[in-house]
Design a protein around this ligand. Structure first.
Ligand code: NAD
Length: 481
């Protein structure tokens, strides 16, 4: 049984209390490692280490910070296969997805922000009466980053990379459900010689160590990705302390399919948006709205395609759907399917737990599930499920489609499938979401703003938005007569 360790002050350390939490492999349901159950004393050590790390790192030239971050990216690339296997085992996702999405994106995050560190700039404002203002952008100090379990190393690095690029010291709290790749990344930091205290990783329960990180008086900013309910608790603690706060929360994203869409592309795109990573991506399209004139044709093609998705051992290269992250999450998803039935929905395909034969028969798998017959205002169509469950709904007019798309408290992402360019622009402007994809889904350019409106969050990540979040702007006004 392997014991994961914290990474504090450049060293791998057990938790001060000696207490650990169990860590399971979702595909088998078996316990396979233990994760530190860190507490306030571990956090205090991390804050002390980060304080001295910050003194050195904030004075390090951007080019040198960039060089160190590039060596971290190379460290990931050198151990890519080990990291992909670890991510798949820890999270349940197909190893093929970890190889092609999670791990390459983790190194891309570091490469992208290593470059951005040397390209960041600030504004200056000339006044006609003979004065000039310029904006200093200085790192905010010790920042706390809290990340979820669905894209573990991908979202962990998406936060720490801009924070480090901007010259901050970081205390990172990965999800206790998927701690392994953050731990392996700590060993890369140690091997690469990241200066001590610049990045510290403390593992443990959100309500204990996550909460303590948010409320620590020496932590200046919090960047959080996770559920909306947790985000609300984080905001409740951080707001009265006037901390900088970035919240990337849940989604209930619509996929809009119009009769003039390229039919095969729309079917394939809607399947990918619905079921990638077992539907456990905040950007997944879980409500599919289809123009009435093609509804039945689309439904039949969609259901046929979904029934071919291979659910099984994440290690098998043919697997397209792995396990969901935990037994509790599997039961939550099955409960949501039950609710859909109670609300009057018809399950067209899926709808139950899957027990793949062999080593995965006790794993936590849910069949890709498609439900029809529910209106936009029922709970199934308003509440985030975060699993392989989607609904299909017909609409008659563009106005109806827009109303239904906007009929949730979330506003993260949507995808629109149509060849009518004017309609696409109209809808993009009218939809209440931070991201709009047209004739594609999850095509990401790391320079663009990423985040949601309404209950999907506050603030934006990505590109210079992230560097702006992790710096404090200071205006300097010079009068020259
Ligand atoms: P979660 O809210 O349960 O946990 C997220 C992180 O917060 C974990 O590290 C957890 O330990 C920590 N945490 C829990 N309670 C805390 C507290 N009181 N104080 C501080 N930290 C605490 O979310 P999850 O189940 O890990 O992730 C799934 C959710 O994340 C979904 O709702 C999904 O939509 C959302 N998500 C959003 C984005 C985005 O970019 N908007 C990306 C990925 C996931």
């Amino acid at each position: 049984m392997m014991d994961i360790q914290n990474y504090i002050g450049g060293e791998l350390r057990p938790p001060a209390s000696g207490r650990y939490l169990d860590n399971f492999e979702p595909a088998t349901g078996e316990l396979y490692s233990r994760v530190p159950s860190s507490d306030a004393s571990d956090l205090e050590a991390a804050v002390d280490a980060a304080q001295s790390g910050f003194l050195a790192w904030s004075q390090t030239p951007a080019e040198e910070r960039s060089r160190v971050m590039l060596s971290l990216a190379e460290g990931i690339e050198a151990r890519a296969e080990e990291l992909a296997l670890a991510e798949s085992k820890d999270n349940g996702k197909p190893v093929s997805l970890a190889r092609t999405l999670d791990i390459p994106r983790a190194s891309a995050n570091l490469r992208f922000f290593a470059a951005a560190a040397t390209q960041f700039f600030s504004e200056s404002h000339q006044m006609e009466m003979g004065a000039i203002n310029y904006t200093l952008r200085q790192p905010t100090g010790i920042v706390g980053t809290i990340s979820p379990w669905n894209l573990p190393l991908y979202l962990f690095t998406w936060k720490i990379a801009p924070a480090l690029a901007a010259g901050n010291a970081v205390i990172a709290k990965p999800s206790e459900l998927t701690p392994m790749t953050a731990y392996l990344f700590s060993t890369i930091c140690r091997d690469v010689g990241l200066p001590a205290g610049v990045l510290n990783v403390v593992h443990g329960e959100g309500a204990v160590i996550g909460q303590r990180l948010v409320e620590h008086e020496r932590v200046s900013s919090i960047s959080f990705t996770g559920g909306t309910v947790t985000g609300r608790a984080v905001a409740r603690t951080a707001a009265p302390m006037f901390k900088k706060l970035s919240l990337e929360l849940g989604g209930k994203n619509p996929t809009l399919v119009f009769a003039d869409a390229v039919f095969e592309d729309a079917v394939e795109g809607a399947v990918r948006a619905a079921f990638s990573n077992q539907g456990e991506i905040c950007l997944c399209g879980s409500r599919i709205l289809v123009e009435s004139s093609i509804y039945e044709r689309f439904r039949d093609a969609f259901v046929e395609r979904v029934s071919t998705l291979l659910v099984g051992d994440p290690n098998a290269s043919s697997t397209q759907q792995g396990a969901v992250v935990s037994e509790a999450h599997m039961n939550k998803i099955l409960g949501c399917i039950e609710l859909a039935r109670e609300e009057g929905g018809t399950v067209l395909v899926g709808g139950e737990r899957v027990r793949p034969p062999g080593r995965c028969e006790n794993g936590w798998f849910v069949a890709p599930t498609v439900v029809e017959g529910l209106g936009p205002s029922c709970r199934t169509n308003r509440e985030e499920i975060f699993g392989p469950v989607v609904t299909l709904m017909p609409f008659d007019t563009e106005a109806q489609a827009l109303d239904a798309a906007n009929a949730t408290d979330y506003g993260l992402a949507c995808s629109i499938w149509s060849q009518d360019i004017s309609r696409c622009h109209r809808l993009a402007a009218g939809i209440h979401s931070g991201l709009v994809w047209i004739n594609t889904w999850m095509l990401r350019d790391l320079r663009t703003p990423m985040g949601g409106m309404k209950q999907s969050g506050v603030g934006r990540e990505g590109g210079f938005e992230a560097l702006r979040f992790f710096t404090e702007p200071k205006n300097v006004c010079i009068k020259y007569g």
